[in-house]
Design a protein around this ligand. Structure first.
Ligand code: ADP
Ligand code: MG
Length: 270
């Protein structure tokens, strides 16, 4: 008890991805309104917000799918504003889409192999995040990736014939096949049963831990996400209204207010 304690100042992990005052306009509509957010190595961050809050548009803006109207996107300190998705992928960024984009007519295995081929075509070296030598063992081949996401028993099935929740796992597998350092997940738990959500959360945490990933996970329903992430960002009408530990954020009056009247609020969820 009386042993002297060593007080180490916590060392902040490097910021891998940073949005600086990112705005996306669609005509007169400001879908994302000057949102700033930084994601550090190894973080598991959730983004929540009512329908139409701008979550997907924010993801699109930070993954090169949509060019921001204003603001900057920094990746490991480098300005990559306006870079196309393949350039950001080459810098270690991968994402899933709210509606899974798998090749239905190809087998589950072939979908992953396609992803690996795409990864192979990019430059061999990670300019900012180190060498390809550092690729985790589980991500070296398609079989390893399928095992990781729990689809190894379905490798030979047509991707169009597996269940929607399995298609989400496949999409995560495809994203992993590009050997990312930062993984962006858009509503991968939507429509899943309670038990499937718990499984999904467990998988995401395991990916973060075993692959040393930074994970940013969007979910519409508050309840699902807050239990499983370490930090929550709340978007409402395009603006960031909160950013902090889940237990603090869910008690924030502005956050509660934002969710009032949202049909999928915590209470209304099945
Ligand atoms: N391509 C687009 N063109 C015009 N408006 C869009 C487009 N994409 C999204 N929006 C609008 O931007 C707002 C934010 O949408 P979105 O980012 O999809 O929200 P969320 O993912 O939080 O539900 C909504 O009002 C939506 O209708
Ligand atoms: Mg969305």
């Amino acid at each position: 008890m009386s042993e002297p304690k060593h007080h180490h100042a916590p060392v902040a992990k490097p910021v891998l991805l940073e949005a600086r005052e990112v705005t996306v306009r669609f005509g007169g509509l400001v879908a994302v309104d000057a949102v700033s957010a930084a994601f550090r190595a190894g973080e598991l961050v959730g983004i929540i917000g009512p329908n139409g809050a701008g979550k997907t548009t924010f993801f699109n803006a930070i993954s090169g799918v949509t060019e921001p109207t204003h603001g900057r996107l920094m990746a490991a300190g480098r300005d990559l504003t306006g870079a196309k998705p393949h350039r950001l992928a080459a810098r270690g960024l991968a994402r899933t889409f709210q509606t899974p984009r798998v090749f239905s007519d190809m087998s589950v295995l072939a979908n992953i192999e396609f992803g690996l081929k795409f990864a192979g075509r990019r430059r061999r070296k990670w300019i900012f995040w180190g060498d390809e030598v550092g690729v985790p063992w589980a991500l070296r081949d398609a079989a390893g990736i399928l095992k990781l996401v729990g689809l190894d028993a379905h490798a030979g099935l047509r991707a169009g014939d597996i269940t929607p929740s399995q298609q989400r796992l496949l999409e995560i597998g495809m994203a992993l096949s590009t050997r990312p350092k930062v993984l962006l997940l858009d509503e991968v738990a939507a429509g899943l049963t309670e038990a499937e959500v718990v499984e999904m959360a467990r998988l995401i945490r395991r990916l973060r831990d075993e692959l040393d990933l930074t994970v940013v996970w969007i979910e519409h329903a508050v309840k699902i996400l807050v239990r499983h992430v370490e930090r929550v960002i709340v978007l409402h009408q395009g603006r960031k209204i909160a950013d902090g530990p889940p237990q603090v954020v869910i008690r924030d009056p502005e956050v509660i207010e934002a969710y009032l009247g949202d049909e999928m609020s915590e209470e209304a969820r099945p």
